[in-house]
Structures are given as C-alpha cells and as structure tokens.
Design a binder for this molecule. Structure first.
Ligand code: PHB
Length: 398
C-alpha cells in the first residue's frame, strides 16, 4: 500500500546539499527565511569527492563575511598568479600586478565541510541520504516535492519556492517541461586524470602546461599534499596506471630546456574527471530555480565551477530576500537572465582556456600550432595577460 507522505512546510525547499545548496541555505537562515535541504549522498561521500580548488576573492568573502568559517583564511593558500608553460618554457602571470587581484587555493571538499558544519552549528535542517522522487506544482505559488529518507519514510515538502542545487546530473532540471527549455552543450574528446600525492610543492604557483604530449596542470593542496592532472582519454582506466607511469607522463608534459623537474611522491588518489560544457536556459520555471552545476557545467580548466555556483547563490539569495520581505517577485523573475550573463562569460573563459591548452589526440597539426600562437599572443602582451587575469580572478559580482 502506498505510504501517506508526512508533510513538511517551509519557505524554500532546496534539492541538493553540495556547496551551492548549503551556501544558499546558510544565507537564507541568516535572513530568517525558513528552509530545508535534502541531499541524496551522505556527508562522507561528498567530503571525499575531490573537485577543483580555486576560489575567487568574492567566493572567499561570501564564506567569511557570512560567518561560515574563517578556515579558508588560515588553511587556504592565497595565490597571486599562475604559470603558463608551453614550448617547454614558463610564462608567469602576476595577477596582483596585472589586475590587483588574487585567488585562494582551498579545496572544494573543504568548502563543503565548512558549510555543512556551519549549518549544523546554526541549527539548519539538512537531510542526507534522501532521494527526491517527484516535483509537483512548480507552476503554482505552492510548489511541492516528495522525498524518501534513508529509512524509507516518504515526505512531502510544501514550499513557496523550490531550488534545484543537485549537481550536473540534476533531477530537478529534468522536471522542467520540454516545451520551455533549451540545452546548450559541447563535448570534448578528452578528460583529466587527477591524482593526489604525498609530495612537496613542485613550484610556487600553479602550472598550466600545453605540451606535444597533451595538457598537464600542476596544482597543490598543502605543503605536503599536491594535486596534479594530465589530459587523458575519457575512458581511461586509472587502475591500469602505476605511480611510475603517471610520474613519467606528467614529467613529459612539463619538460623543457630549463630542466624543470616535478617533485614526486606516493600517489594516494586517482580519478578521471569528465569534460563538458553545458547550459540550461532558462535557469528557472515557475517557482523552481536552478543554481550551480544543476543549471550549467564548465570544464575544470579555469576552475570556474564553484565560483559560478556561488555567484548564482548571491543573485538568487538577493531575489529571495526581496521576495520574502516585500512580496514582490520582480527580482526572482530576473534571476535567470542575470545569472546567465555571468554563466556565458565563464563558459567562454573555460572553453577558451581548454582549447588553448589542450591538443586533442589526432588534432590537425594546424590547430595545435594555432593554440601555441594564441598562448604566445596572450603572454607577450600586457593586455592579453590582463584579459586572462581578470577572467581567472573573477569579474565583479552583479
Ligand atoms: C585544483 O587544484 O584542483 C584545480 C586548480 C585549478 C584548476 C582546476 C583544478 O583550473
């Protein structure tokens, strides 16, 4: 016999408890707006999902000024530049000098840990291991969704607004009617092989390397743990690679006349990260709004994913705050158009960085040379460097 659902009433029902959903929940609660977060995965799984690690200064500010935690300031590492490496040569970009800005290296899973702890500290209602099965009445002023918790109990959430913050495979996104939506996407013929290693830093700044063997990114996590990636086939089997093979593949991609050598160590995590550019338009339907990866995905090359999600949160939070304090849905109605402006800038930047730094296997040799011409153009001009630096460190929030 079908269960009778238990009813939960709230103002904002948030589907998805990753950084975007939790950040929105945190800001709403601070403004006294009742909300609930339901998340499919458990806390440990999200905590162990390794994603990119670069935060724009504005994302850092959202964490610290809203009182999430100051750990990003003590454990995060401020970076004032990157190194673009091609033809075996380093081309450092100094963000402070170029655009008077910096970024902070702080892993996305640490952002999640801080936000989850802040929600718990402040008495937020965040439920893990819950599967959303149905969204109803999103075109009315009383949207609802149903979910089942880990014990199999069925709940029905009655809200004023529903937010889909449930990541790139979003269930919420798929519930928008076909007739009102358009998806834009690009597939890439490569992926990233990501590793975590117990090793000292190989260089002070992150290195983005274009090489005849493919792309490599030398990133960091701490003084003793490093994060690195190399371009690979999307179907690569990480277990087929020994540590020695991985190190020799990475080293090949940063080799040069300067004899630059990676500092190696034990590899303790290996994953393949898929590449996709995706945008759903519009980012809302009726009383349902999409934020973060649920609405758009970028390839990781410019590390824009989390930053873009936080920018969505900021725009949507201000619209919700205005809606609940004045009753006017004017800002909510403008959410999609406003958020999409930044989304498309970030899509362009991520696509641009990706195409300039990666050479697809079997690429037309003209295209590989063209990319090197582009890198030369960007790095040999202060305007070119500033263009990259401004995008990398983040355009002002609207
Ligand atoms: C990372 O450290 O995981 C990272 C950094 C920069 C990127 C992507 C990933 O562009």
């Amino acid at each position: 016999m079908a269960q009778t659902p238990r009813i939960i009433k709230t103002k904002v029902g948030i589907i998805g408890g990753g950084p975007a959903g939790l950040m929105l929940s945190h800001l709403l609660s601070k403004s006294g707006i009742d909300n609930l977060v339901v998340e499919m995965r458990d806390h440990e799984t999200i905590r162990n999902t390794h994603r990119a690690g670069i935060l724009e200064a504005q994302a850092v500010k959202m964490l610290t000024e809203s009182g999430v935690d100051g750990r990003v300031l003590t454990d995060g590492d401020e970076h004032a530049g990157i190194d673009l490496r091609f033809n075996g040569e380093s081309h450092p970009l100094d963000f402070r000098d170029l655009v008077d800005a910096t970024v902070t290296l702080y892993a996305q899973n640490e952002v999640f840990v801080d936000l989850a702890a802040a929600r718990q500290r402040d008495g937020g209602d965040v439920r893990y291991n819950c599967e959303v099965t149905e969204i109803m009445d999103m075109e009315t002023s009383t949207p609802k969704f149903r979910f089942t918790d880990a014990e199999g109990t069925l709940f029905e959430v009655h809200a004023d607004v529903i937010v889909g913050a449930d990541g790139s495979r979003s269930f919420a996104r798929r519930q928008m009617p076909d007739t009102v939506r358009k998806d834009f996407k690009v597939a890439y013929p490569f992926a990233w092989f990501g590793i975590l290693t117990e090793a000292p830093k190989s260089s002070p700044e992150l290195i983005y390397a274009n090489s005849p063997h493919g792309f490599a990114l030398i990133s960091q996590r701490s003084e003793t743990v490093q994060r690195m990636y190399f371009q690979c086939d999307p179907n690569e089997d990480v277990n087929a690679w020994s540590d020695d093979q991985i190190w020799s593949e990475l080293q090949k991609r940063v080799d040069g006349p300067d004899n630059f050598q990676l500092k190696t160590g034990k590899i303790f995590d290996k994953t393949v990260l898929g590449f996709r550019s995706f945008v759903r338009e519009p980012l809302s339907h009726g009383r349902m709004f999409l934020i973060g990866d649920a609405g758009h995905t970028v390839p990781p090359t410019g590390a824009k994913g989390l930053n873009l999600a936080f920018a969505d949160v900021k725009v949507l939070f201000e619209a919700l705050d205005s809606f609940f304090s004045t009753g006017s849905d004017k800002l909510l109605g403008g959410y999609s158009d406003l958020a999409l402006k930044r989304v498309w800038k970030a899509q362009n930047f991520s696509y641009w960085m990706t195409s300039m730094l990666h050479t697809p296997v079997n690429a037309d040799p003209f295209m590989a040379k063209r990319a090197l011409g582009e890198l030369e153009t960007v790095t040999s001009s202060r305007y070119g460097q500033q263009y990259l630096a401004e995008s990398y460190t983040g355009w002002p929030h609207s």
